[in-house]
Write a protein that binds this ligand. Structure first.
Ligand code: SAH
Length: 274
């Protein structure tokens, strides 16, 4: 059995309880050594076979998994953050399915959540942006049609940009070409939740300069959006006049809820999770 496990963004205590339990009992761990914190491996059994996928091809990873399965071993495939975001797990899961090797997936805390925590920032603010785009610049992996930075950034939503810290000049150009203002707030978060985390607040027009000054090239996320510096409307969810499934409205005009979603008298939808 192979368990794809999200390691979280860096701090070793940000793996899930389930991921930690699987790591503790694994016979083999294949970990993404370029990004996962090696501290996480301290809980592994002494006789656990540990392989660093940064030095392996997909075929080598699959061969190791196949060998483990033949020997009746339990494998943890440890990916940074959450494996569903730029994790290259689909090709592994599909190959395992073809080979008849059972697997499951344990989610993790993605680095974008780690970055938001480092910034002490909600990414969705009422009246400012209710959408977060997780995206990247084209690198060796090209962007599919319609997903180029210029088109996506033109929506004006909050952007979290992965895998692009080495191309901040191009990123800045594309954001400006999309119509984002030079003065729109932005941030670069390097190694969110690691001991050497760095948070750099800047503006769209100073992204490249800021990254260069601090030598940021890898393991960083760029967050762009007016949420970083905006006066926003308070959330309807905690508004006394707004009825939810768990709390009646305090003003007479508000409707009762009808389902699990918080609801307000108008058709506008409220906003967030309780
Ligand atoms: N699955 C991962 C993303 C892997 S892609 C996740 O959910 O976070 C690798 C990219 O993620 C890096 O280039 C960087 O942009 C980002 N990244 C991963 N860990 C990070 C961290 N601790 N701080 C900032 N960015 C990080």
């Amino acid at each position: 059995m192979v368990h794809f496990v999200g390691a979280g963004p860096g701090a070793p205590d940000l793996i899930t309880l389930r991921g930690d339990a699987l790591l503790r009992r694994a016979d083999m761990v294949i970990w993404a050594g370029s990004l996962v914190n090696p501290e996480l491996l301290k809980v592994c059994r002494e006789d656990c076979e540990i392989l660093d996928s940064a030095r392996m091809t997909l075929e080598e990873v699959l061969d190791a998994m196949e060998r483990a399965e033949r020997d009746g071993l339990e494998v943890v495939r440890l990916h940074t953050g959450d494996p569903s975001v730029y994790g290259a797990i689909q090709e592994q899961m599909d190959a395992l399915r073809e080979r008849g090797i059972p697997f499951d997936v344990v989610p993790g805390v993605s680095s974008f959540c780690g970055a938001a925590a480092a910034l002490e920032q909600e990414l969705t603010l009422p009246g400012i942006s209710q959408t977060v785009m997780l995206t990247r610049l084209a690198g060796r992996t090209p962007m599919p049609a319609g997903e180029d930075m210029r088109s996506l950034a033109a929506h004006g939503s909050t952007l979290v940009i992965f895998l692009s810290a080495g191309h901040l000049e191009r990123l800045q150009e594309e954001l400006l070409a999309a119509g984002r203002s030079e003065r729109e707030p932005a941030a670069i978060v390097y190694k969110a939740t690691w001991p050497d985390e760095v948070v750099l607040r800047c503006q769209v027009g100073t992204l490249a300069k800021t990254g260069k000054e601090h030598g940021i090239r890898l393991t960083a996320l760029v967050v762009v959006g007016r949420v970083l510096d905006a006066s926003y409307e308070r959330s309807r969810l905690y508004d006394p006049g707004f009825a939810t499934l768990f709390r009646p409205a305090h003003d007479a005009g508000a409707d009762a809820h009808v389902d699990g979603e918080p609801r307000e008298p108008s058709s506008a939808s409220p906003g967030c999770e309780a």
